[in-house]
Design a protein around this ligand. Structure first.
Ligand SMILES: [Zn+2]
Ligand SMILES: [Zn+2]
Length: 241
């Protein structure tokens, strides 16, 4: 009976590839067609053990990148699941700006087969990077919170009220380097510092570009006594600016 309903559901609601929108077979495990699945760039070594930047040449293994050596980061380590390139870029864009949340179960399924989640073990709190209330109202959801819930289902460590964004900011993509840091100055605040003191925090965000946003969150959390701040993002740009 269950199978009958499943077949009926497949017939009524056929599935399409999240990226190229090609129709998929019945009850696909992942909403990616074989071509897009093949092109998915999982992040793997060699990388910078701090910011997770990847290197094109395998020689030399993992080593700190120039940016992390020149200006130590406030977070302890950042990891991403995918490179921010096609076919994933388009999917993230649809998720973030068009509210296409059907991608979340597929992201979670892929993530559980990657080592990145295990590297993030031991956090006391899982904190999505907050949106300012005005942006939240405009968008209707915080993509980082939805992502945290998809990756860590029913996990009571997820808290969207520990860290808040107290000032609206222009999207970070409109700035570079120093302007990004100035744009974020004093934007984040910890609501109950006593809950953060002595704790290990895992920050969740959608895309790691230069890391300025998560670095600022980490700075504020550490100022309140957090012992470690780890960062997990869905994707990461290939090169630092
Ligand atoms: Zn496809
Ligand atoms: Zn680095």
């Amino acid at each position: 009976m269950k199978l009958f309903f499943k077949a009926l559901l497949d017939l009524l609601l056929p599935s399409f590839c999240l990226s190229c929108e090609k129709p998929l077979g019945p009850s696909p495990e992942l909403l990616f067609c074989p071509d897009c699945l093949e092109r998915l760039h999982h992040i793997q070594s060699p990388l910078c053990p701090c910011c997770g930047r990847t290197y094109l040449v395998a020689a030399g293994g993992d080593h700190h990148c120039g940016i992390c050596l020149a200006t130590p980061r406030h977070f302890n380590r950042a990891r991403a699941l995918f490179l921010y390139e096609e076919p994933i870029k388009k999917v993230i864009h649809r998720f973030k700006y068009r509210g296409m949340t059907t991608c979340l179960p597929s992201f979670a399924r892929v993530a559980h087969n990657l080592p990145q989640l295990a590297e993030m073990a031991g956090a006391d709190w899982i904190v999505p990077v907050p949106l300012h209330p005005s942006r939240l109202q405009e968008r209707g959801f915080n993509q980082a919170l939805l992502l945290a819930r998809a990756l860590f289902p029913k996990d009571r460590r997820i808290s969207s009220s520990l860290l808040v964004r107290s000032h609206p900011t222009e999207p970070q993509t409109s700035f570079n380097g120093k302007a990004r840091r100035t744009n974020l100055k004093n934007v984040f605040a910890v609501v109950k510092p006593q809950k953060v003191a002595g704790k290990k925090i895992l920050l969740i965000d959608d895309v790691f570009t230069t890391g300025t946003t998560v670095n600022e969150c980490a700075r504020v959390l550490k100022k309140c006594g957090a012992t470690e701040v780890m960062v997990l993002t869905l994707a990461r740009v290939k090169e630092d600016y």
